[in-house]
Design a binder for this molecule. Sequence first.
Ligand SMILES: Cc1cc2nc3c(=O)[nH]c(=O)nc-3n(C[C@H](O)[C@H](O)[C@H](O)COP(=O)(O)OP(=O)(O)OC[C@H]3O[C@@H](n4cnc5c(N)ncnc54)[C@H](O)[C@@H]3O)c2cc1C
Length: 386
Amino acid sequence: MSPLDLLDVDSSLSAEERQIRAVVRQLVDDQVRPYVAGWYEEGRVPARELAREFGKLGLLGMHLTGYGCAGSSAVAYGLACLELEAGDSGIRSLVSVQGALAMYAIWRYGSAEQKQRWLPTMAAGEAIGCFALTEPDHGSDPASMATRARRDGDDWVLHGTKMWITNATIADVAVIWARTDEGIRGFVVPTRTSGVTVREIRRKMSLRASVTGEISLDDVRLPASARLPEAVGLKAPLGCLTEARHGIVWGALGAARDCLETALEYAGNRTQFGRPLAGFQLTQAKLADMAVEWSKGYLLALQLGRLADADRLRPDQVSVGKLNNVREALAIARQCRTILGANGVSGAYPVLRHANNLESVLTYEGTSEIHQLVIGQRLTGVSAFA
Ligand SMILES: Cc1cc2nc3c(=O)[nH]c(=O)nc-3n(C[C@H](O)[C@H](O)[C@H](O)COP(=O)(O)OP(=O)(O)OC[C@H]3O[C@@H](n4cnc5c(N)ncnc54)[C@H](O)[C@@H]3O)c2cc1C
């Protein structure tokens, strides 16, 4: 049992869930942990190679059924996200965007032909997907998006720009959301289509082991069959975000766990004033508070996962998890950083990398403020933002 699991939450996991967790933890130990500090420093990540490895293990779209997907439980998927993000938030993002955003959009809203064409290769990690909702001038308020899709005969013609898109420059296929005369619709766009230009966003100070890009759509002509037939209105992309946010609720705990384990070990080994840092009451107070928050977050994630497995998870409940667990994970990462002193800012330790990554996780998939507003609306019945 992990010393961090103060409440023995692990005992509520099934044998299969623990088994999946162990397999992903091993994968991260072997294929991510030894290299990720270097990827982060260089701002590059071998995403395609990793995707193939993840595909072999069934991690891509693992909670979806059919088309080569593993069909695992929401809790097992969450545990996988936790382990991946204990490696790095960017690595979990690769898996989340592929499975919970791009694949889920096609799986949930796509035609039989779209599913057959894309899902098996995406599950295998042979094809990479991205999910393009955000625009340069429209982030938290996607309802006001400027990207247009207009009919031209049987075809659709897309025009606009999408910004901050994870996996964009390595993607074979983009799920693009655009405004039509009938409202917001989704399109499955092979990235080699004429008129699609992708540019990498460099100089990120966060999520550096993750590919992020801008997608320009210059009168991109698509056949009628490119539209996701079941995606009607903004609730379609928001449904995908609910899926992905559930993974983040768990994932953030992974980053926090890695920071806490690092700080615990460091505090046990580092001596000042003739005793280990772990022997100072102020250090213990920090560690205790962080472990309590971590345990609460774990309970919260498990409750949401069980609700998802019972098909009863509401978007505002996911907002509770995303708001709390990312906010607390970031607070834990920053506090752990203090325990490591100067070494806390060194790339030789993972703590500041996790903290920097969590700044992005705090913002994407709905900022903390937006999740507060979602919860506020649930409580009061009044929407403060729509
Ligand atoms: C590394 C990274 C990867 C990303 N990957 C993707 C991706 O794959 N696909 C995708 O579509 N997007 C992606 N995003 C974009 C992300 O989802 C947006 O950045 C996010 O939705 C916030 O939008 P914004 O940055 O435009 O901020 P804004 O919406 O401009 O918000 C700025 C600030 O104002 C606050 N604010 C806005 N509206 C309100 C309000 N009504 N009340 C109170 N406060 C408010 C926000 O909470 C925030 O603090 C990614 C972002 C990052 C950083």
